[in-house]
Every structure is written in structure tokens, then in C-alpha cells.
Design a protein around this ligand. Structure first.
Ligand code: PLP
Length: 379
């Protein structure tokens, strides 16, 4: 039995008829970009995430890029960010002319450590980008407190955490992306709400930010079709929006299935005393398990072993950003973030997708257990 890291086809099979219907409607409509489905999706997601405005864009990367631009972050500014994330988060900071200020992560949650922010601040610091890695929430109440105290903007990177519920802010449960000044979603197919191609969305309660994002995504075009700023081509298309509207209706069920799969893994790893660290879950939010990441110093050998057994795994992320060639060349080579660096040598993500069956999870755990049994006797 082969177990892939992800199985997008099996999810498609479960909604095939609904998808075929809406795709056919879009094809028949002749309206393919920024039409009624994009508008409806924007409203539905604003409603789901409890924000006033949601603006569809071409990708999660563009959601981050246009957010920085709409908040006026640019040349000479600094933005606080974790080095333990997908490169898109930092790349856009550099591309708008600002400088990422990396800070180390928390040992347990793998997320940026709010306690590290204040000592990294300078007079140029303009914003913080908390990345809710793997579907686990950053401690937003600490982030918001620090941001307020120092007048910083907060851009949440929610690419891996669509639907994660946060309990520690303003007395009622909130969806991630609704707490900072701006929240950025990715609809890349592997994310919790994934399209059948690229897509992204910006969430905000600020009408001025929403207005600017709407201009930036269409070449800076304003309401009377003039151009008052330089923008981009970053539009969401109707096919993606129509497909995402179907998938939005299923996403809570899929998140529940991811959480159930995570619970089963946790239970099996714990009860069989396998020497891996299972994912820590913060008390102030409900993890949505976009990714299920275990931790062990034997990571590379375990990964090879599982590959030979037909079990696909992945490393998110094998090299923290300050050690990537592009950032070493930009003068980051002297930095060291020991917690992120050690994590990058020990993390391993296992299959967690909603359609994964119980027997498959049992097999993964059985093989992990066998691996540790073998190395015990080889030493
Ligand atoms: C996927 C991802 C992005 C980028 O999203 P795209 O839609 O692929 O451009 C940004 N940040 C994080 C943390 C991601 O996982």
C-alpha cells in the first residue's frame, strides 16, 4: 500500500458533480476573470472569517505583496518575520524594498516567538508578519499588544491556517486572518481551502486598505478607470472562485477530518511509546492541521526508511530563510537562530489529508515504530 503525502484526486472525487456543474456554468457564462463568482466568494469568505472586506488576488504571495504595498511598507522599512516559513513570506518584503528582520521561533509551536520582537525593533520597523505555521496559531494577543505599543502594522500569513479558530482575543472565537490589520490567504491546491490552480485573498476591516488592494490587483486602476498608482496584474479568475465556493461549503468537515487524523496519530504514537515528538497544540486556538509535523533527531534516516516502505513525507522546511543562498547573499549570513536551525534538521511532516484512512495512519505509525526498533538493535 502506497501512502502519498497528499491525494487531491480523492478529494475531487467526493465533490465531482458539484464541481462539474459550476465549471460548466462559468464556461457557458463567457465571464472568466473578476466576475460574479469572485464577488460572491469574497462575500462568503468575509462572512466566514468575520471581516468586513475580502479581496481576491492571484496567489497567496500576491496577497502578502499587495498587503505590504497597501500599508505603505517599502524602501528603508523593516518587517519582523520568522525564518522558519515558506520563502514567499520574506521574499515579498525584500521585493517591495524593505528588509526582513528575522527572529527566532518558539521551541514547541515552531511559530515566531513574540518575546523576541521587542529586542529586534529599530526606528525603521514598520510591521510584523506572524505566520500561522502548519495550521497552528501564533500567539496573536501578544503580537497585537506589542504592535499597538510600538505603532506597528500586523499582516497575518494565513496560507496554512484557513479556518483555524482563535480563542484568546476580544472575548469571542475568531478566525485567523481577522485579528491583524490584514490577513492573507492562499488557495494553492495543497492548502486547507485549495483551488484547482493558484489564487489568494486579502482580509481586512479597513476600507482604505481594501480599496487600495482592489486597485493594486488591476494595474492601479481607480473607480473612473484612470490610474493613480502603479499596480499589478493580480486577478482571481472565475473558475477558481466557482470551485472555491463549492469547496468552502465542505471545508469545516475536512478540517474536522484532519483533526481526527491528527488525534489518531497522537494517540497511536503516545500509546506505543514511539520516541518522536508529536505536534504541540497551543491552548488559545484550535489547530487546523494543514500539515502534521513530528520531530526526531533521526529524521533523515526515518524519512529514507518510510520512503522505501512507500510512505511519502516532506520536510517543511529543510533550511531556515537566513541560511538560504539568496539571503546569505543579501548579508544575513552572520545571523544565527538556534531554535529554527535545530527544528529544520528534525521536523518531518506525515500524510494528514482528510481522505486518509484509519488503516493508513495505523500503517504509518507501525512503520515508524519498526524503524526505531531496528535502529535500536543496529547501534
Ligand atoms: C503557500 C504559502 C504562501 C504562498 O502562497 P501561494 O498561494 O503559493 O503564493 C505564503 N506563505 C506560506 C506560509 C505558505 O505556506
Amino acid at each position: 500500500m502506497k501512502i502519498p503525502l497528499l491525494d487531491l484526486k480523492s478529494q475531487h472525487k467526493t465533490i465531482e458533480e458539484e464541481i462539474d456543474r459550476v465549471v460548466e456554468e462559468v464556461l457557458e457564462s463567457g465571464h472568466y476573470i473578476l466576475g460574479p463568482n469572485v464577488r460572491a466568494l469574497e462575500e462568503e469568505i468575509a462572512d466566514y472569517c468575520q471581516v468586513k472586506y475580502a479581496v481576491g488576488v492571484a496567489s497567496g504571495t500576491d496577497a502578502l505583496r499587495l498587503s505590504l504595498l497597501s500599508l505603505g511598507v517599502g524602501k528603508g522599512d523593516e518587517v519582523i518575520v520568522t525564518p522558519f516559513t515558506f520563502i514567499a513570506t520574506a521574499e515579498v518584503i525584500t521585493q517591495v524594498g524593505a528588509r526582513p528582520t528575522f527572529i527566532d521561533i518558539e521551541e514547541k509551536s515552531f511559530n515566531l516567538d513574540p518575546a523576541e520582537i521587542e529586542q529586534a525593533l529599530t526606528s525603521r520597523t514598520k510591521a510584523i508578519i506572524p505566520v500561522h505555521l502548519y495550521g497552528q496559531a501564533v500567539d496573536m494577543s501578544k503580537i497585537m499588544h506589542t504592535a499597538e505599543k510600538h505603532g506597528l502594522k500586523v499582516i497575518e500569513d494565513v496560507a496554512q491556517a484557513f479556518g483555524t479558530e482563535y480563542h484568546g482575543w476580544a472575548g469571542r472565537p475568531r478566525k485567523l486572518g481577522s485579528i491583524g490589520d490584514v490577513g492573507c490567504l492562499s488557495f494553492f491546491p495543497t492548502k486547507n481551502l485549495g483551488g484547482y490552480g493558484d489564487g489568494g485573498m486579502v482580509l481586512t476591516n479597513d476600507p482604505e486598505v481594501a480599496r487600495r488592494i482592489k486597485m493594486l490587483r488591476v494595474h492601479g486602476q481607480d473607480s473612473d478607470c484612470g490610474h493613480s498608482l502603479l499596480g499589478y496584474n493580480s486577478r482571481l479568475d472565475e473558475l477558481q472562485a466557482a470551485i472555491l465556493r463549492v469547496k468552502l461549503r465542505h471545508v469545516d468537515k475536512w478540517t474536522r477530518m484532519r483533526r481526527q487524523n491528527a488525534s489518531l496519530y497522537n494517540e497511536l504514537f503516545s500509546s506505543s511509546a514511539v520516541p518522536v515528538r508529536i505536534p504541540f497544540q497551543v491552548s488559545y486556538a484550535r489547530h487546523s492541521f494543514c500539515v502534521y509535523t513530528i520531530r526526531t533527531p533521526q529524521r533523515d534516516r526515518l524519512r529514507d526508511y518510510l520512503r522505501k516502505k512507500g510512505i511519502e513525507t516532506k520536510i517543511y522546511y529543510p533550511l531556515p530563510l537566513h541560511l538560504q543562498k539568496v539571503y546569505r547573499n543579501l548579508g544575513y549570513s552572520d545571523l544565527d537562530f538556534p531554535i529554527a536551525e535545530r527544528a529544520s534538521t528534525e521536523v518531518l511532516s506525515l500524510p494528514i489529508y482528510p481522505e486518509l484512512r484509519e488503516a493508513q495512519i495505523e500503517l504509518v505509525v507501525k512503520e515508524v515504530k519498526k524503524f526505531f526498533h531496528c535502529i535500536q538493535f543496529n547501534y
